[in-house]
Design a protein around this ligand. Structure first.
Ligand code: HEC
Length: 236
């Protein structure tokens, strides 16, 4: 329960007007337009009922891929990669409409207003119960202290709650600065082979580690894609 409360509190950081897909973020007419876009541009590959490619657009698979993130991540991926072979070919409005249709097919309620690009970063994708821990195997970012145990195992200690990211690569200086402003957390992660992403792992530094989260009893593991120093000492 404590975990859920802490997540709910941190959700505010995503935006003053944070809402979720449960708050009626698209309108029924918009979803109807999206249905037409879907039929013309998506259904031949994704099937009429959205079940193509292992339910990429519907149900539990869709939710595990996108929950604990904002709707913007989903929109950006669709716009930048779909339709396969003609990415970014439809225009933002058509992409928004098709996102509205996907929300409707996933049983998220319609509201009065239309979904706009300005709103995307404010809308969280989450289950009916509210914010939850990110799923196993998500690409995440954590901030903590890089240390090494006597047997050589690399650890990130005093780690923050793992947060979903869509960018496996290094963060910018500005992003690192913002991350460094966070309070230390209480999570512990085993860091698999940090030398694979950093020639000299910055031991003793406060770091941002990005990687795939592997949930394990005792300490979760991170299979890293990026490891960067935020500050040279893990000053408490
Ligand atoms: C020519 C075939 C084709 C068309 C048309 C197409 N897609 Fe896809 N789409 C794919 C393939 C293949 C995959 C799965 C492989 C992959 O993820 O690279 C995919 C995957 C996806 C995913 C999941 C990606 C992920 O990383 O989770 C989404 C979301 C998606 N498509 C949305 C759409 C939408 C929306 C449209 C219509 C605007 C569309 N696609 C049109 C072929 C297509």
């Amino acid at each position: 329960m404590a975990v859920v409360l802490c997540l709910a509190a941190s959700a505010g950081a995503w935006g003053q007007e944070a809402k979720s897909v449960w708050d009626g973020v698209y309108s029924a007419p918009q979803a109807a337009r999206g249905e037409a876009v879907y039929a013309a541009e998506c259904s031949r590959c994704h099937r009429e009922d959205l079940t193509g490619y292992n339910n990429a657009l519907i149900g539990g698979h869709f939710m595990d891929r996108w929950r604990e993130d904002t709707l913007e991540s989903f929109f950006v991926l669709v716009r930048n990669t779909m339709p396969r072979g003609a990415p970014q070919s439809l225009g933002d409005q058509a992409y928004l409409d098709v996102v509205a249709y996907v929300l409707q097919k996933n049983a998220f309620p319609a509201g009065k207003g239309e979904l706009t690009t300005a709103e995307l970063p404010q809308v969280r994708v989450q289950g009916k119960q509210g914010p939850a821990a990110v799923p196993d195997f998500s690409l995440v970012s954590v901030v903590g202290c890089l240390s090494q145990t006597a047997d050589g195992t690399w650890m990130v200690t005093a780690g923050t709650e793992p947060v979903r990211t869509r960018n496996p690569k290094d963060s910018s200086a500005g992003e690192l600065k913002a991350l460094g402003a966070q309070a230390p957390g209480t999570h512990l992660f085993k860091l698999m082979d940090p030398a694979s992403v950093a020639a000299n792992p910055p031991k003793g530094h406060r770091v941002e580690a990005k990687g795939f989260l592997i949930r394990q009893p005792g300490a979760d593991s991170l299979n890293p894609t990026s490891l960067q120093s935020i500050a040279a000492d893990c000053g408490k």
